[in-house]
Ligand binder design. Structure first.
Ligand SMILES: Nc1nc2c(c(=O)[nH]1)N[C@H]1C(S)=C(S)[C@@H](COP(=O)(O)OP(=O)(O)OC[C@H]3O[C@@H](n4cnc5c(=O)[nH]c(N)nc54)[C@H](O)[C@@H]3O)O[C@H]1N2
Ligand SMILES: Nc1nc2c(c(=O)[nH]1)N[C@H]1C(S)=C(S)[C@@H](COP(=O)(O)OP(=O)(O)OC[C@H]3O[C@@H](n4cnc5c(=O)[nH]c(N)nc54)[C@H](O)[C@@H]3O)O[C@H]1N2
Ligand SMILES: [Mo]
Length: 753
C-alpha cells in the first residue's frame, strides 16, 4: 500500500506532534488525509491508507496546498469601508454594520432585499445553518451557492431521471467496470487520485475499455479506446446518435426498461432521427468513430459513466447529462458492481450545499412545490409555514445577481466564493458588485478580487482550523477536525452565521433563539434530524462513528454501515409525494406540476427523457470564428487563492495560456509562445499560445488567473481572466452558466515580437 505524504523541509514523521484526520478540499474526490501538526502549526499531510476513497494516495494539489493556510497575507481582522477604503475594524463594529443594514432593509423592503451567495467549499454544518437563517429566520428565497456554476446540472440531471438528487454510483464501480465512459470529464487533471484508480485497472488484468468525449486531447483522451472530439456545445446530438445505435441494434435490456423505467417509446422515437451521420455532421466527428463508441457502450457487461463540466457548462447541459443516465438505464446498468452513473461534483463539499438546501432547493432534498414538504420543514424548525418562501424555486445565482443589478436586492452576503473572477462576463459582475446601493459582505480567508469590492470583509477560518463534515461525489461522508487555531481574529464560518443570528435575535414560534444549535456537533445533530427519512439520511452517523471511518449515505437504522449504491433494488426516490422535483421540459426548462408528473410517472420509476439538439446561441461567425472553451489545469485550483500562494503549485503553472490546434495556429500566423489577444463581444484576454492538444476550430483558456497577484486586484483594465470573455447565459433547466460555449477571435497581441 502506497501512502503519499509531504512534510515541511527537514521534518520527518518522528517530529510530528499529532496527526489530525480530514479529507481533501481542492476537488470533489474526498480523498482521506491526515494533517501533521507540530508546535500548533500545520507542517504536512499524508494519505489515509484505510480510506475507502483514496487508499492513501494524495493529489498534487493536496500534497502542497495546505501551506496556503499559513500565508502571511491571510485576513486576520474584519475590514470595513470608510471614505472609500477598507480599514481594519473589530468584530463588533463589522457585525453591527451588517445587522443594522439587515434590520433597516427588513423593515423598509422586506426579506427579498437580502440575498446570500455561498459555496461548495464550506462544511455541511455551515450550509445547514445558512439555509435555516436565509429560508427560515429571514424568509428570503435568495440563497444559492457557486455550486450553481459547478454541479447544478448534476443535481438537475439526477432529478429529471430519478426524481431526486443523489449519486447512484460508487467509486468501487471503477474496480469492476468493463467499460468506463467519461463525458466532458478530464478526471486525470481534476480528480487525479480517481484517475490513478482507473490507471490501475488499465495496467492490470482484464483492463476496461475507455470512451472519452472531449474536444481536447486530454490525458484521458490519450488513454482512451475511443476518443470522440465533438465541437463544443454539440453533446446532445452526439448522445442522441449513441442512443440511436444502442436502440437500433437492440443492445437494450428490455426487462429492466419495462420493470424500472417510463418513457422508452418517446426516447426511441426521438433518437430514431439521429443516425450517426447526422451527429457526425453537427459534431464534426467521423460517423464510424461514433459507431465504435456505441458498440463499446452497447456491448458492455458492466458500464460506468461519468459526467462533468464539458457537459454541465453548456447550453443544453441537463439535456445532455440526462442522455448519459438514459444510456445506463436502457442497458440496465445500474445498482450492481461496475454498473453506475457518476454525475460528478466538482467542489469538495458541493454535495452538502445541495443536501442542506443552500443552493436552490429546500433542505433535505425537499420539494418546494410540495406543501407537505414545506410544512415538514416548518415543523422541524418550529416556524410558521408562511415564513419559508415557496412561491417559486429558490432563486438561482445568475438571477440573484440580476436582482442586485436591478436594485431590488440591496444586501448580498458572499461566503467562500470569488465571483469577481469566477462568474461569466466579469465587466458586468464588477459593475454590479461595486454599486453604492448594494451593501456587499464578503467572508473569505484572503482579500480576493471580490473582497476588494466589499463594504464589510469578514475574516474566515479555513479547513484545518475548524471542525465539520463533508461529503464527496460518491456520497462518502468524512469528518474534518480542527488541527490548528485560525490566524488573528479569523473565525469559523459557522460561528459567524450563528453570531449574526444571535445579534439579529431571530426566534422560533415559541420565542426560543433560532437556529437553536451552538457549535459544529450540535449543528450536525440538528442536520441529522432534518435529513431523517429523506434520501440523504444521516441519522445513523455521528462524529464518533466518523472518527473511525468514512461512510456513504444513506446511513440510518436500516443501513448502519451506509449504502454503497443507490437503486440496487430497482426502487427510486421518484414517487410523486416523495420526489424532490416534478421535472422540467429539457429543451425549454418549463416546469411540470404535480399532476403532469403523476401522469408521466404514476409508479415512481426512473424516467427516460429525450431532447432534440439545439445549436449553441453564440455560434462561431466570420468575425469570431472559434468556439472558446475554458477549464482547468492540474496544478491550480479555481481563482488560485490557495494554489497561487504555494510555490510548488504557483510555479508549476504561473501564467494564463491559450491552446489551439497546429492548423489553426498556422492559419493565424501564430507560433508557440507568441502573445495572443483573444476577443469575444464581452472583452479581451492576453495569453501565450500553446499549440496542439485540441481539435481544430476550438480555443481553450484556463480560468484560474484573476488579478489579486497583479498589483491591481480590481481587475478594471484586466486582460487576464477567462471570464472577461464568457457570456451571460445559462442552461434553461439547471440554470448553470455557459463557461464552455462562446464565439471568439484570436490574433497577435499588439507589441508582441
Ligand atoms: N486541478 C484542479 N482540479 C479540480 C479543480 C480545479 O480548479 N483544478 N476544480 C474542481 C471543480 S470545482 C470542478 S467543477 C471539477 C471540474 O472538472 P472537469 O470537468 O474535469 O474540468 P474542466 O477542465 O472544467 O472541463 C473538463 C473538460 O471539458 C471539456 N469540454 C469543453 N467543452 C466541451 C464540450 O462542449 N463537450 C465536451 N464533451 N467536452 C467539453 C474540456 O476540454 C475539458 O477537458 O474539477 C475539480 N478539480
Ligand atoms: N470560465 C470559467 N469559469 C468558471 C469555471 C470554468 O470552468 N470556466 N468553473 C466554475 C466552477 S465549476 C466553479 S466551482 C467556480 C469556482 O469559483 P470560486 O468559488 O469563485 O473559486 P475559488 O477560488 O475556489 O473561491 C473560493 C473562495 O473561498 C475562500 N475560502 C476557502 N475556504 C474557505 C472557508 O473555509 N471559509 C471562507 N469563508 N472562505 C473560504 C477562498 O479563499 C476563495 O476566495 O468557478 C466557476 N467559473
Ligand atoms: Mo466546480
Amino acid at each position: 500500500m502506497r501512502v503519499d505524504s509531504h512534510l515541511a523541509d527537514g521534518l520527518t514523521e518522528d517530529d510530528v506532534d499529532r496527526w489530525v484526520p480530514t479529507a481533501a478540499v481542492l476537488h470533489s474526490n474526498g480523498d482521506g488525509l491526515e494533517l501533521a501538526v507540530k508546535d500548533g502549526r500545520l507542517v504536512g499531510v499524508r494519505g489515509r491508507a484505510g480510506d475507502r476513497v483514496n487508499h492513501g494516495r494524495v493529489d498534487p494539489k493536496d500534497l502542497y496546498g495546505w501551506q496556503a493556510n499559513a500565508s502571511p497575507d491571510r485576513l486576520t481582522t474584519p475590514l470595513v469601508r470608510r471614505d472609500g477604503r477598507l480599514v481594519e475594524a473589530s468584530w463588533d463594529e463589522a457585525m453591527k454594520l451588517v445587522t443594522d443594514r439587515s434590520r433597516a432593509l427588513l423593515d423598509e423592503h422586506g426579506p427579498s432585499s437580502i440575498g446570500f451567495y455561498t459555496s461548495g467549499q464550506l462544511f455541511c454544518e455551515e450550509y445547514y445553518t445558512l439555509a435555516a437563517i436565509a429560508h427560515g429566520a429571514i424568509g428570503t428565497n435568495h440563497l444559492d451557492g457557486n455550486t450553481r456554476l459547478c454541479t447544478a446540472t448534476a443535481a438537475a440531471a439526477l432529478k429529471e431521471t430519478f426524481g431526486c438528487d443523489g449519486q447512484p454510483g460508487s467509486y468501487t464501480d471503477v474496480d469492476h467496470a468493463d467499460v468506463i465512459a467519461l463525458y466532458g470529464h478530464n478526471v486525470a487533471e481534476t480528480q487525479s487520485v480517481l484517475w490513478t484508480r482507473m490507471l490501475d485497472r488499465l495496467a492490470g488484468p482484464n483492463p476496461p475499455s475507455l470512451v472519452c468525449v472531449d474536444p481536447r486531447d486530454t490525458p484521458v483522451a490519450r488513454a482512451a479506446t475511443v476518443h470522440l472530439a465533438p465541437l463544443p456545445g454539440t453533446n446532445v446530438a452526439l448522445m442522441n446518435a449513441l442512443l440511436h445505435e444502442i436502440i437500433a441494434r437492440d443492445w437494450v435490456d428490455h426487462d429492466y426498461v419495462d420493470r424500472c423505467t417510463v418513457g422508452f417509446d418517446q426516447l426511441a422515437a426521438l433518437v430514431a432521427d439521429y443516425p450517426p451521420e447526422r451527429a457526425a455532421e453537427i459534431c464534426r466527428v467521423p460517423a464510424a468513430r461514433i459507431r465504435e463508441a456505441a458498440a463499446l457502450l452497447g456491448g458492455a457487461q458492466r458500464l460506468l459513466s461519468t459526467v462533468l463540466q464539458g457537459f454541465y457548462q453548456s447550453h443544453q447541459a441537463t439535456a445532455a447529462a440526462v442522455q448519459v443516465n438514459n444510456v445506463n438505464l436502457v442497458r440496465g446498468m445500474l445498482g450492481r458492481p461496475g454498473c453506475g452513473v457518476l454525475q460528478m461534483n466538482g467542489q469538495p463539499t458541493a454535495e452538502n450545499t445541495r443536501e442542506c438546501g443552500a443552493d436552490g432547493d429546500l433542505t433535505g432534498f425537499r420539494n418546494w412545490a410540495n406543501d407537505a414538504h414545506v410544512a415538514e420543514l416548518a415543523n422541524l424548525w418550529n416556524l410558521e409555514v408562511k415564513q419559508i418562501p415557496h412561491y417559486a424555486p429558490p432563486t438561482h445565482a445568475m438571477q440573484i445577481f440580476r436582482y442586485a443589478e436591478n436594485g431590488s436586492l440591496r444586501l448580498l452576503w458572499v461566503s467562500a466564493t470569488n465571483p469577481a473572477v469566477s462568474l461569466p462576463d466579469l465587466a458586468r459582475i464588477r459593475s454590479i458588485l461595486s454599486q453604492d446601493r448594494l451593501f456587499l459582505v464578503v467572508q473569505d480567508a484572503f482579500l480576493t478580487e471580490t473582497a476588494a469590492l466589499a463594504d464589510v470583509v469578514l475574516p474566515a477560518a479555513m479547513w484545518g482550523e475548524k471542525t465539520g463534515v463533508f461529503t464527496n461525489a460518491d456520497r462518502t461522508v468524512h469528518l474534518s477536525e480542527k488541527a490548528v487555531d485560525p490566524p488573528g481574529q479569523a473565525r469559523p464560518d459557522l460561528e459567524v452565521f450563528l453570531d449574526y443570528a444571535r445579534r439579529m435575535d431571530f426566534r422560533d414560534r415559541d420565542g426560543q433563539p433560532f437556529p437553536p444549535w451552538h457549535d459544529a456537533e450540535s449543528a450536525f445533530e440538528a442536520w441529522k434530524r432534518a435529513s431523517a427519512g429523506r434520501p440523504c439520511d444521516y441519522t445513523g452517523l455521528s462524529y464518533g462513528k466518523l472518527r473511525e471511518r468514512a461512510i456513504q449515505w444513506p446511513c440510518d437504522a436500516e443501513h448502519p454501515d451506509g449504502t454503497e449504491r443507490l437503486y440496487a433494488d430497482g426502487k427510486f426516490f421518484a414517487e410523486a409525494g416523495y420526489c424532490e422535483d416534478y421535472g422540467r421540459d429539457l429543451v425549454t426548462g418549463a416546469p411540470a406540476d404535480e399532476s403532469e408528473y403523476r401522469a408521466f410517472n404514476p409508479d415512481g420509476k426512473a424516467m427516460l427523457k429525450a431532447a432534440e439538439y439545439l445549436p449553441p446561441h453564440e455560434k462561431p461567425s466570420a468575425e469570431h470564428p472559434f468556439a472558446l472553451i475554458t477549464g482547468r489545469t492540474i496544478y491550480q485550483f479555481h481563482t488560485r487563492t490557495k494554489t497561487g500562494r504555494v510555490p510548488e503549485l504557483r510555479d508549476a503553472a504561473p501564467e494564463v495560456w491559450v491552446e489551439m490546434s497546429e492548423q489553426d495556429a498556422k492559419a493565424h500566423d501564430l507560433s508557440e509562445g507568441d502573445l495572443a489577444e483573444i476577443t469575444t463581444p464581452r472583452g479581451a484576454v492576453h495569453a501565450r499560445v500553446r499549440i496542439g492538444g485540441i481539435r481544430d476550430g476550438v480555443l481553450f483558456l484556463p480560468f484560474h488567473y484573476g488579478y489579486w497577484d497583479t498589483g491591481d486586484p480590481s481587475g478594471r483594465d484586466g486582460h487576464r481572466a477567462a471570464n472577461e470573455l464568457t457570456v451571460t447565459d445559462w442552461d434553461p433547466v439547471s440554470k448553470q452558466p455557459l463557461f464552455k460555449t462562446a464565439a471568439a477571435a484570436i490574433s497577435r497581441a499588439k507589441g508582441d515580437r
